[in-house]
Design a protein around this ligand. Structure first.
Ligand code: ADP
Ligand code: MG
Length: 367
């Protein structure tokens, strides 16, 4: 393509310099190193301009407790959760969507940027970066994300609130006056926002999401069967059997752990019916929060949302029956986009293509 372009311009009698400049402009995305990051509590996704999503790994870093040396990051580190000897900590750098350990977060970001560099052989030094973070984080928390991004090499940083990014990523035109509502159920936080005219009209972030559902499953199995199971097993049970509302798609699975009474290993069979109650107990406050946001929304916008449907994204959107349950509870149509798990990073990448257009909603940091 580039060669054709060059020869064509040569024929038309343009000077070589012009040709190169023109070709450079045409392929500017290759030189502009724009990176969008969804620094999720459960998963970190990175999108590189011109390449799409290049990183999609658990936000987990395994470090040596004593030396603080990093042993593994991402998928490798997640495999260690619950399996590590005492000397190794497999930690999530983000707790409740917020940087809990600055150095570890910085390390993870740097590692992912380096990985892109190696894998795609593109120069991503000094990239322009956009990072998604939960709605309503404090200045201190914003600063921590900015600092970590800067240390990872970013030359200019924009911050975008996750529900805004999720809305853009799911295809909502947030600039139009028509209102839209998005509910992003992640690992550590659930973010609810109503958007219109390029602004957030009403929003709420609550620290109840997928992690609490996993914990509820594990607590239930311990209390009901005296069986102690690991966090990763509990998450598997939740993902395979989890269902809420009127969904009646009964499934079962075998679960192994340690019996608390005998101290011995045990295998039991769990059904989706059994974990319905503990899961629903965690969904309840999420539904309540959606209702609160609806109450704060101007009626004209409610009418828009009714027409458009409430967009639900994040890992929590994949729970069997959640769409019907929300619909029934808030009396509005519910839409789960195909890219529910990647909408945030895709929306952030989209905003970074034209940050001026989104100036009412992006936070910029330049240094
Ligand atoms: P974050 O943005 O906080 O990193 P994600 O949007 O990636 O979170 O969602 C991760 C959460 O979604 C985890 O708690 C995970 O267990 C949960 N999850 C993923 N898939 C499913 C599923 N099919 N059913 C229920 N929960 C799921
Ligand atoms: Mg998320």
């Amino acid at each position: 393509m580039g060669l054709v372009l060059l020869s064509e311009y040569n024929k038309s009698g343009l000077k070589q310099g012009h040709v190169v400049a023109k070709a450079k402009r045409r392929f500017q995305h290759i030189f502009s190193h724009d990176i969008a990051v969804d620094l999720g509590t459960a998963n970190t996704l990175v999108s590189l301009n011109g390449y799409g999503i290049v990183i999609n790994e658990p936000s987990v870093v395994a470090t040596n407790r004593k030396t603080k040396k990093v042993i593994a990051i991402g998928t490798e580190a997640k495999k260690m959760v619950g399996r590590t000897p005492r000397s190794i900590i497999a930690a999530q750098p983000l707790v409740d969507g917020v940087v809990s350990d600055f150095e570890v977060t910085e390390h993870m970001l740097k590692h992912f940027v380096d990985t892109i560099h190696k894998k795609h052989r593109v120069m991503v030094s000094r990239p322009r970066m956009i990072v998604g973070l939960p709605y309503g984080v404090t200045e201190v928390e914003k600063r921590a994300v900015e600092e970590a991004s800067k240390s990872a090499g970013a030359r200019k940083i924009w911050l975008i609130e996750e529900p805004v990014a999720a809305a853009i990523g799911s295809g909502m035109d947030i600039q139009e006056e028509r209102g839209g509502m998005v509910v992003d159920i992640g690992g550590g936080t659930t973010e609810i926002a109503v958007l219109a005219g390029g602004r957030i009209i009403a929003a709420k972030s609550l620290r109840i999401a997928g992690d609490e559902m996993t914990e509820a499953v594990s607590d239930f199995i311990r209390d009901e069967y005296n069986l102690l199971i690991g966090e990763r097993t509990a998450e598997k049970v939740k993902i395979e059997l989890g269902q809420v509302g009127s969904s009646k798609n009964i499934k079962t699975m075998k679960v192994r752990g340690r019996n608390l009474l005998t101290g011995l290993p045990q295998e039991i069979k769990i059904s989706s019916e059994a974990i319905r109650k503990p899961l629903s107990a965690q969904i309840k406050p999420i539904i309540e929060a959606i209702k609160t946001v609806v109450e704060e929304t101007p009626p004209e916008l409610i009418s828009d949302i009714m027409e458009r449907g409430v967009v639900v994204t994040g890992g929590g959107a994949l729970i069997d029956g959640i769409d019907k349950l929300i619909k029934q509870e808030v009396q509005m149509k519910v839409v789960i986009p195909d890219n529910a798990l990647t909408a945030v990073v895709e929306g952030a990448a989209e905003a970074l293509k034209n940050p001026k257009e989104y100036n009412r909603i992006l936070m910029v940091s330049e240094k």
